[in-house]
Design a protein around this ligand. Structure first.
Ligand code: F3S
Length: 754
């Protein structure tokens, strides 16, 4: 292994541990005696115990030692509150917190940021003081979006990173295995426990050819999403390889990995390439560039490595795509949009185009989009749609400002928002349409579930490359094909775009902009962390009590959910983000987005005791006041989307003991386990239809629960008759310990004190 180098310039005393990967792989190679994929090398290279660890892809649970934990401000609050309740003096693994989610986009960077600092002062002060106290690096509001800051400063080839945000995989652009987790997982690692992950399967994507013309890295993942769908990556790491990889920039690969979260993949990554080395150098890390080049044999798959599934994409033939609306896997090539839009009667006029975000705001993205805008502005055109730019980081903002790119966007009629998530996470005060009004928008973001960007269920959100978004903003129409169609200039001449041109890295180097980082002080003993008892935003955590057997006996169904149910449906974002640190208050959003199978409505369920119709949270609280626990019934891929542990915490807080579904999304299933809720799946998926919302549910055998042993759910029908169905759980020994202790955190505290 190469010489020791610091993991980042902010932690000169924390070193990259390539030696461990080397040592672990020596053991693993002997044991497995077969070629390894890149994902396997990095993941097994971080095993806590390579000698005795069970390794079977898709089956065993791995105990891992991540290099880093990253948290964004919305999820950090609960993670830190949980960490505090464990009673330690500092985090056991390098950790950073990033203030990006709580900034509402409305009028532009300066005023939006000033307002956010005011409105969120209490939360920012709490995070700043807790970070100082527990030795955590703190990135202030205005610093940028977590994933952009991580790829600029912290990700390195061969790293294992966990982050409390589902787009953590962005760091795969620097050959890191970076995985989105719930806050509870982050807490495990912050207190020094190994982190548990189901051994991922591997999907290989072989890239050949070379992108050209209008096609951008984004189109690779739009294509992959179309092929694999939102469920296709579940339980798998998507690994790119082949000659096409060398033709991509590190940040372009970051985009592909970032949006890999939309297919449910555990993460995505690329092998180390010289262009990653160039990016590391340009971002001030030449020593890491050198070390990873020396370590490159461990940073690519072995010859003959086996994938569970294989996809091949010829980049030379790939045409730009537009995915959406309402789901990121509904893929349409740009040339087919005209017909498709007409066929589905999607609103053709484009109200807003949005570029930037954590997914697509690299220097390359910005120069390409600016080349399009510049050409159009030069011909006298202005954007027809509203046009919004969110720079991914202060460094990108300062650099693109210096180089005149933001000016081009403003000249075209665009508005530059703060370096933050803004409209990407529903933090968008949109004024051009009313709630409920049908309209279309197009973004270079990653996620476009119903209501995601503006809380309006009638907004048709499409996802495309920044190039396509920019061109379409000038056309003001969803059906415009910049490769073939023309616009008309103010003096009546036809105008056709030439394909975009970009620069991978700034010729003058990056401008870091304002210093927005707060390092933890060396002497942290006097730092006070303040949580006011009357706060509406923050609430200290009390441990959950273990569930008793009687709590599984003849209990009501709170809601039988019909159809798609993402974490946004279970624990909505947007205005609710402000309560992320206050469990009591945020629980008022419990399942309010989910559709009740009984009436096809959201947030209207029948109270099975009183017969009254009421909101979901009110009904749950009523059961709880009566001393009754309850269950949720769900369909497939329940909890897809984000890593939000509130989707596990709120149900538990209001008395949920089990969620019974056809299938779960990975992170949500783990989050339920962590909070002491039983995630159960129907042995026979058709049994979903046997359940009436009025049934009483009893779960038998919880006291004798064992790994891989099904449980029985007994339904007591209204007429008193009974029906038994078989359900499965995926808890292992350790996770059964969480269930018995009442939560994973309870178990951690027990173990630390025993
Ligand atoms: Fe922010 Fe990116 Fe998530 S912009 S909301 S981190 S998808």
């Amino acid at each position: 292994a190469p010489q020791r180098v610091a993991m980042s310039r902010f932690e000169p005393d924390k070193f990259i541990n390539y030696q461990r990967i080397d040592d672990n792989l020596a053991v693993i190679r002997k044991r497995l005696n077969r070629p390894l994929t890149l994902a396997e090398k990095i993941v097994y290279g971080h095993l806590d115990n390579p000698e005795s660890q069970d390794i079977e892809r898709g089956k065993s649970y791995l105990n891992l030692r991540p290099d880093r934990v990253i948290c964004q401000d919305a999820t950090a609050q609960m993670a830190i509150l949980q960490f505090m309740s464990a009673g330690l003096s500092q985090v056991a693994c390098p950790t950073t917190v990033h203030c990006d989610h709580l900034i509402l986009g409305e009028n532009g960077a300066e005023s939006d940021l000033a307002r956010a600092k005011d409105v969120n002062k209490e939360v920012y002060d709490f995070l700043a003081s807790a970070c100082a106290k527990y030795n955590i690096g703190f990135w202030r509001p205005g610093s940028g979006i977590i994933h952009q800051i991580v790829i600029e400063n912290y990700a390195f080839p061969g790293a294992l990173i966990i982050g409390t945000d589902s787009h953590t995989p962005n760091a795969g652009g620097l050959s890191s295995v970076a995985i989105g987790v719930g806050g509870a997982d982050a807490v495990d690692v912050m207190v020094g426990l190994p982190w548990e992950l189901k051994c991922p399967k591997n999907i290989g994507v072989k890239l050949t050819g070379k992108l050209n013309g209008w096609t951008a890295p984004k189109d690779i993942i739009l294509e992959v999403a179309g092929i694999l769908t939102v469920k296709g990556g579940t339980g798998s790491i998507v690994e790119y390889f082949g000659p096409g990889v060398e033709t991509l920039s590190a940040t372009g690969m970051g985009t592909v990995c970032n949006m890999g979260a939309e297919i449910g993949a555990t993460t995505s990554l690329f092998p180390f390439t010289p262009r990653m080395g160039k990016y590391l150098e340009a971002t001030g890390r030449p020593d890491i560039a050198k070390a990873s080049a020396q370590f490159a044999h461990h940073l690519r798959a072995d010859e003959g490595a086996q994938y569970d599934e294989l996809i091949e994409i010829n980049l030379s033939e790939l045409e730009p795509r537009i995915n959406g609306p309402f789901t990121p896997d509904l893929m349409t090539p740009v040339s087919k949009m005209k017909d498709t839009v007409k066929k589905h009667d999607w609103p053709e006029d484009l109200n807003v185009g949005l570029i930037g975000s954590c997914t697509n705001s690299s220097y390359e993205d910005m120069t390409r989009a600016a080349s399009i805008a510049k050409e159009a502005v030069g011909a006298g055109l202005k954007v027809k749609s509203d046009f919004i730019v969110t720079p991914g980081s202060e460094q990108i903002r300062a650099t693109t400002e210096r180089d005149g790119l933001l000016k081009v966007f403003r000249d075209a009629g665009g508005v530059v928002l703060a370096n933050a998530c803004g409209p990407c996470i529903g933090q968008w005060a949109r004024h051009d349409v009313k709630k409920g009004e049908r309209n279309s928008i197009i973004t270079s973001y990653n996620r476009n579930f119903t209501g995601r960007n503006d809380g309006n269920p009638a907004t048709h959100a499409f996802v495309a490359s920044p190039d396509i978004v920019t061109a379409l903003a000038f056309a003001g129409n969803l059906t415009f094909n910049p490769m073939t169609d023309t616009l008309t200039t103010p003096d009546g001449k036809p105008f056709k775009f030439t394909p975009p041109r970009g620069e991978e890295l700034p010729a003058k180097g990056f401008d870091p902009g304002e210093n927005t980082y707060q390092a933890p002080p060396t002497d942290r003993s006097n730092v006070d962390v303040v949580v006011r008892p009357d706060s509406q935003r923050l609430q200290l955590i009390r441990p959950f009590k273990p569930t008793q057997l009687k709590d599984y006996d003849h209990i009501p169904i709170l809601i039988k959910v019909k159809g798609k149910c993402t974490t946004d449906h279970i624990s909505m974002a947007g205005p609710w983000l402000k309560y992320r640190g206050h469990l009591e208050n945020i629980s008022n959003n419990l399942y309010i987005g989910a559709i009740n199978s009984e009436n096809g409505e959201a947030n209207n369920v029948r109270n099975q005791i009183t017969g009254e119709w009421d909101s979901v949270p009110n009904t749950a609280r009523d059961y709880q006041n009566r001393g009754l626990s309850w269950v949720v019934i769900g369909d497939t891929n329940l909890g897809e989307g984000s890593s939000r542990e509130h989707a596990g915490l709120s149900p538990r807080y209001l008395g949920c003991v089990a969620v019974i579904v056809r299938s779960f999304a990975r992170i949500h299933e783990t989050n339920l386990k962590k909070q002491g809720i039983l995630p159960l799946t129907f042995d026979n998926p058709a049994d979903y239809d046997l359940i009436d919302p009025t049934d009483q549910v009893s779960i038998l055998g919880v006291d004798k629960i064992e790994p891989n042993k099904p449980l029985t759910v007994r339904l007591t029908k209204k007429d008193g008759s009974e029906k038994d169905i078989v359900v499965n759980h995926s808890l292992n020994e350790n996770q059964i310990g969480w269930l018995k202790a009442g939560s994973a955190l309870n178990k951690i505290v027990q173990d630390l004190h025993s």
